[in-house]
Design a protein around this ligand. Structure first.
Ligand code: ADQ
Length: 740
């Protein structure tokens, strides 16, 4: 997209707890300091090309600012496209230290024992989110896109949706989203989940978090989801993984900067010829720092030949220093380092070099380049950018990454030595293996990771998220109109005028209610009469387009004269002819899939497997609802993996999980029939996701009708199958009137 086009697109409003510029008081003077955080530097190039506004906390509480100073801060920020959200000291305390970092942060990182909840903190969290909502709603203009970041603002998307229903809203969580078992421990979890679901698009770093979020939403709020879309009453929310990257070029090219070379020389002077193991983190109990130190100590004991030859450079950025737990952690780390250096160190050798401060970019880049091994072993981490920064910095092709397997980055960085961060022996062993690794293997391993880190950089990440967000918002802004009054009258008039009509009707849910078991949903005589009369004239072709097997459709509708489409488009039968299949691919995949479905049917009372020619379906309508949903969720994960590389795909319908031949859908069959009959009027009706494919195949001026609630691309909506049948009856009445 050209720069002019990007500029004309409406603003991007970014909302995060912290602004990219924070204010501090130094010797009584207000000073602005630019943050070098990953988000701010990552979005820099995007923001150069787009109008934007950044809304967030300015770093000082209202109690610490006079009214004139507040004005000054707002003015300074406005020049940098930022808008402050002012909070009082106690509000900020309860919201930030209390609920965000005392409850959500530990719980989402699986540290349930560190959680503390209080109603006062929760109230402050709500009030702070409301203050953010007011600031955003005050500032947004039609056409703007709002991107909300992180766990501090989980209520904000729904608050914004309530204030501006048409706003395009995205939400990204930078930390893990834990299993629903943990979410169940969270007080106010419903409010938080509903809060996030105010967005059009919800993003996480990795697919595991997506899965956890979807199952929590289903179990705790009752919202159904199908392949990454949560269905609310009138809207759907897309949920997906967007692994955040880094500014690859900045780290990869840092070797050319003279400041980096100078820092590297300083580092060498300090450690001499010793080999360097590097550790870089914010001070946090999730980063596994005491565990890492203990593993390093074990390494020195188990592999004494490295004593005097290897040192650990441990860089820790002070963080959340006013929270007691962090102060205690700091003390524990100080003591451990003292112990290791005391026990193993000598006059000429310090085993652990400890830097407890923030460092400049040249210093950080020099450390990444100077190290032989990066030891990144968080106990939990949403992503972990340090690991990616190390990989990007190794343009020489040597260097080894030892990476904890529960960091979000572990799935992407496949060339790393993966370790369990709690297993000291394993970490110590990996460290020894890394130091002994031949350079050819180091190169090979880095070559497996560098292209990915380069390609999925932070700009790519942001652009990808925003593209998906605009797609999701476009889909939301479409709403089928209720087919009543003039809309209904106009449809009937069009019907009357048309010379060649094609009617595409789904069956279950669309023409009849669902029955407990599939075979019980037989058509009633009234419906059969209706279908027969509807298709009796020369001008109308009726098609039943269903997921049912062809034998059932033959038995039930053979006498109506309708054309039949079975198994979601797998088979087509035109009146007076035989069945024709729409796919050439075989069904070998059934051999692997059938036992899995049967196993689920055996283990889940009230569920059953249905075999069709081109599909296998697992029905769970009669299962206990929570169990059915939980198993369906689990089964889908298993099936998606099983289906990879085979000619089949997994589709979720209304209380059924189905595996079918790939490329077979109702849309393909509908397109075939439309080409064949060249109708001047198409009427299509359906009630679930599979019918959306039919709607997509119908020309824009066609009459597509969604039966029941839920988002849809259809033009019209009727409330129930009864309302649809009344409409079809009205059409017959008109026909009779005409012909009579
Ligand atoms: P963090 O927990 O802060 O981020 P991380 O992803 O590793 O963790 O990012 C840390 C950043 O700080 C890196 O860019 C690093 O270069 C920088 N840094 C570290 N030590 C430094 C020092 N001493 N001086 C200067 N800079 C230093 C949260 C989540 C992560 C997630 C990110 C991004 O906890 O899981 O990867 O957000 O979404």
């Amino acid at each position: 997209m050209s720069r002019a086009a990007e500029k004309g697109r409406g603003r991007l409003v970014i909302v995060s707890n912290r602004l990219p510029v924070s204010f501090f008081r130094r010797k009584g003077q207000l000073t602005a300091v630019e943050s070098s955080g990953g988000l701010a530097s990552g979005l820099r190039s995007l923001l150069r090309r787009r109008d934007f506004l950044w809304v967030g906390w300015p770093g000082l509480a209202t109690d610490d600012l006079s009214p004139r100073e507040r004005e000054f801060v707002a003015g300074e920020l406005a020049e940098r496209h930022c808008r402050p959200v002012f909070l009082s000291r106690s509000e900020f305390d309860g919201y930030y230290r209390g609920f965000s970092n005392g409850m959500l942060w530990p719980l989402f990182h699986y540290f349930a024992r560190y959680c503390s909840f209080s109603d006062a903190h929760w109230r402050a969290y709500v009030r702070a989110n409301e203050a953010f909502a007011r600031a955003v709603l005050d500032a947004v203009r039609p056409g703007d896109t709002v991107w909300v970041h992180d766990y501090h603002l989980m209520l904000l998307p729904a608050m914004l949706r309530a204030g501006a229903t048409r706003l395009s809203i995205g939400f990204f969580l930078h930390i893990p989203f834990p299993s629903s078992e943990l979410i169940r421990l969270l007080p106010r979890r419903r409010e938080l989940l509903e809060g996030v679901l105010g967005a059009d698009l919800v993003g996480f770093h990795v697919y595991d978090y997506v899965r956890h979020f979807l199952s929590s939403a289903r179990l705790l709020t009752g919202h159904e989801h199908r392949i990454g879309r949560v269905w609310l009453r009138e809207r759907e929310v897309t949920v997906d993984a967007f692994p955040m990257g880094i500014d690859f070029g900045r780290f990869s090219g840092a070797g050319r900067e003279p400041e980096v070379a100078a820092e590297l020389a300083r580092l060498r002077a300090r450690v001499g010829s010793e080999r360097i193991v590097l550790s870089v983190d914010r001070l946090d109990y999730t980063k596994g720092l005491p565990e890492r130190l203990a593993a390093f100590e074990l390494f020195l004991r188990r592999y004494p030949k490295y004593q005097g030859k290897v040192c650990l450079v441990m860089l820790v950025v002070p963080s959340r220093v006013r929270i007691v737990r962090y102060r205690e952690l700091k003390q524990e780390i100080d003591e451990l380092i003292g112990r290791i250096n005391g026990r193993f160190g000598s006059v000429g050798w310090t085993p652990v070099h400890y830097l407890y401060r923030s460092v400049s970019f040249p210093e950080l880049a020099a450390l990444y380049r100077g190290a032989d091994v990066a030891l990144v072993t968080p106990l939990r981490d949403g992503m972990n950018l340090v690991a990616k920064e190390f990989v990007a910095s190794r343009e020489s092709g040597s260097g080894v990454l030892v990476l904890g397997e529960v960091a979000g980055a572990a799935g992407e960085l496949v060339g790393a030595l993966a370790v369990n961060p709690y297993d000291r022996g394993e970490v110590a062993g990996a460290l020894a293996a890394a130091l002994a690794m031949p350079e050819s293997e180091q190169r090979q391993r880095l070559a497996m990771m560098r292209p990915r880190v380069e390609h999925y950089g932070v700009s790519h990440w942001a652009a990808d998220f925003l593209d998906r967000l605009s797609e999701a918002s476009r889909r939301r802004s479409h709403r089928p109109g209720h087919l009543t009054g003039t809309r209904r009258a106009r449809l009937i008039a069009d019907w009357r005028r048309a010379r060649r009509r094609l009617v595409l009707l789904d069956y279950d849910g669309t023409l009849v209610d669902f029955a407990g078991r599939p075979e019980e949903a037989e058509p009633d005589p009234g419906l059969l009469r209706l279908l027969k009369r509807l298709g009796s004239g020369e001008r109308t072709r009726v098609v039943i387009i269903s997921g049912r097997p062809r034998t059932t459709l033959d038995r039930w509708f053979g006498a109506t004269g309708a054309d039949l489409v079975a198994e979601h488009g797998g088979w087509v039968r035109v009146r007076g002819r035989g069945w024709r299949t729409m796919t050439m691919a075989g069904t070998d995949w059934k051999r692997d899939v059938r036992p899995v479905l049967e196993d689920y049917a055996n283990r889940t009372p009230g569920t059953e497997v249905e075999e069709k020619e081109l599909a296998l379906a697992w029905h769970y309508r009669r299962a206990e609802s929570r169990l059915g949903e939980a198993r369906a969720d689990e089964l889908c994960q298993v099936l998606v993996e099983l289906a990879a590389g085979k000619h089949c795909e997994v589709v979720e319908g209304n209380r059924v999980v189905e595996v079918r031949n790939q490329g077979v859908d109702k849309g393909a069959a509908a397109r075939l029939l439309i080409r064949r009959y060249r109708p001047d009027l198409v009427l299509a009706a359906g009630d679930d996701r599979t019918d959306e494919d039919t709607f997509a195949a119908v020309p824009a001026d066609g009459h597509t009708i969604r039966v029941g609630a839920g988002p849809s691309r259809a033009r019209f909506r009727v409330k129930s199958n009864r309302e649809l049948r009344a409409l079809l009856n009205a059409l017959i009445g008109d026909d009779n009137d005409n012909s009579g």
